[in-house]
Design a protein around this ligand. Structure first.
Ligand SMILES: [Mn+2]
Length: 490
């Protein structure tokens, strides 16, 4: 909620600004060859050494599919997304967790001999990330450049400011970090031919960023919501078709058997989300979920971002969401987070999931007081350092719930980040909504309350709601300008 209020405020005081994007991107890169110690020893690099901090791979987590034609040298890409650097949890900063994750990622790249890293959007949580979040990003990119990973491909997500990501683009190119913040209008700009140390093309990446409504759809007066949605989906489909055609053309020119990977930051139909995972609707029409069929069959692997639960799309092993590496909320606390490693070469393409260790335990404890205090005691006896969300739903009136909790975690390393009292009595008294804070509501809830409070007739709700969503999205997507005197440390 707070960023949203800040955005509204910004919109009120700042004149609208347009993103100017002129790209003169050479799609073909000549890579200076960097070696990491693992690369000197092929056998070692291929052993995929397990990370000591990382639990063993769950069984059955390797998938493969036959490849068209035989392939040139083996190559491995690591696909991750939705880092949301700068994200807070009920006001708690998470920089240590992010630092630990990025350290782990660098080790995983090195230990698995990764050639190309793909970050499929939502690098940052806000369009104007704080200094510390930026520092984490740039420091990591620098480190990645010193590893065996020859190229890094970064695209924007719906949380990122395209112009903010694009700003250091030329500079980052020197480190073989290829950034696509927003589409330029020329599909060729999104098609990257990545070459190995000998200048031999090893991978073609269609680095398609999050396609914003204004990037692909021309608005016309008097359009219905359905018209808008249809145009949007057509626009996304056309976009992928044209970059794919361009990539295939390049592949032919270069002599054939080079793996082709595409990226995307969108909501695929049938995708799974979890309550409280912070996945924001992308477009005004909530049905603008794309069918996996929009990805032309020439792609050997499609690296997606946006959904925070790791998953494949429409049963295809090769069209995947890596999911976020950290749980974005307590609702995801029990979920195993992972990154994807796709290997090309020989006769098959295979994908496996590498589980991300838990850097900060999160736990939601729900129940009556006995259950809550029992679990806290149990965790304390294990020396837990968990962050807790406590949901009290007992029948007893507990006016001193907070005090009890403070006492219970007092001498432990645990912290209670959030308390929710949804007990029977509280529910009965709910008309006053005393326990409710802005943390409980998202911007849609607030608008719904507003409609109710002003007794707006129900038949007008849908239209007003659509107009409101449009305004909210355009605010959220207006990237670029750091706030004046605003949140610098977010
Ligand atoms: Mn995201």
């Amino acid at each position: 909620m707070r960023p949203f209020v800040a955005l509204l405020f910004r919109a009120a005081i700042m004149p609208g600004h347009r993103e100017l994007t002129a790209r003169r991107n050479r799609p073909t890169m000549e890579a200076p060859y960097r070696r990491c110690p693992h690369e000197k020893n092929e056998t070692l690099a291929r052993q995929s050494l397990p990370n000591p901090g990382c639990p063993p791979l769950p069984r059955g987590h390797t998938f493969s599919s036959p490849r068209r034609g035989s392939h040139t040298p083996e190559m491995k890409i690591l696909h991750t997304s939705d880092w949301h650097l700068g994200r807070t949890l009920y006001g708690r900063k998470r920089y240590e967790e992010y630092e630990a994750f990025l350290d782990w990622l660098a080790e995983t790249i090195r230990d698995n001999g990764i050639d190309v890293l793909v970050v499929a959007g939502d690098v940052f949580d806000t369009t104007a990330p704080g200094n510390r979040a930026q520092e984490l990003y740039y420091r990591f990119l620098c480190r990645a450049a010193s590893l065996c990973c020859r190229h890094v491909v970064v695209i924007s997500g719906n949380h990122d400011s395209p112009s903010f990501l694009d700003a250091p683009k030329e500079l980052l190119k020197a480190l073989e970090v290829h950034v696509t913040g927003s589409p330029s209008g020329n599909p060729e700009d999104e098609v990257l031919v990545l070459r190995n140390g000998q200048g031999v093309p090893e991978l073609i990446v269609c680095a398609v960023p999050h396609l914003r409504d204004r990037d692909i759809r021309t608005a016309e007066a008097g359009e219905s919501i359905e018209d808008k949605e249809r145009k949007l989906l057509d626009g996304i489909r056309d976009h992928y078709a044209s970059v794919a055609a361009c990539a295939e053309g390049k592949r032919r020119e270069l002599g054939g058997a080079i793996p082709l990977v595409a990226t995307g930051h969108l909501f695929a139909a049938g995708g799974r989300t979890v309550e409280g995972d912070g996945v924001r609707e992308l477009y005004v029409g909530s049905l603008a979920h794309v069918d996996a069929g929009i990805f032309p069959p020439c792609f050997d692997y499609v690296a997606l971002g946006h959904l925070h639960v790791p998953q494949k799309v429409s049963g295809s092993e090769m069209v995947r969401y890596s999911g976020s590496p950290l749980p974005m909320g307590f609702g995801e606390a029990k979920q195993q987070k992972s990154v994807c490693v796709a290997e090309f070469g020989g006769r098959e393409t295979s994908v496996r999931l590498v589980p991300v260790p838990v850097f900060q335990q999160l736990e939601q404890i729900r129940g009556g007081w006995d259950r809550i205090s029992g679990r806290i005691f149990e965790l304390a006896s294990q020396g837990s350092r968990a962050w807790l969300e406590v949901v009290y739903d007992g029948n007893e009136i507990l006016g001193d719930l907070r005090e009890r909790l403070e006492e219970a975690v007092g001498n432990t390393a645990m912290e209670v980040l959030r308390v929710k009292n949804t007990g029977a009595v509280e529910r009965a008294l709910a008309q006053t909504l005393e326990e409710e804070t802005l943390d409980d509501l998202d911007e849609d809830d607030v608008f719904r309350r507003c409609l109710e409070a002003n007794r707006v007739p129900e038949d007008q709700h849908a239209e007003l709601f659509a107009a409101y969503r449009e305004a909210v999205l355009s605010l959220l997507e207006r990237g670029g300008q750091p706030e004046q005197g605003g949140r610098h440390e977010d």
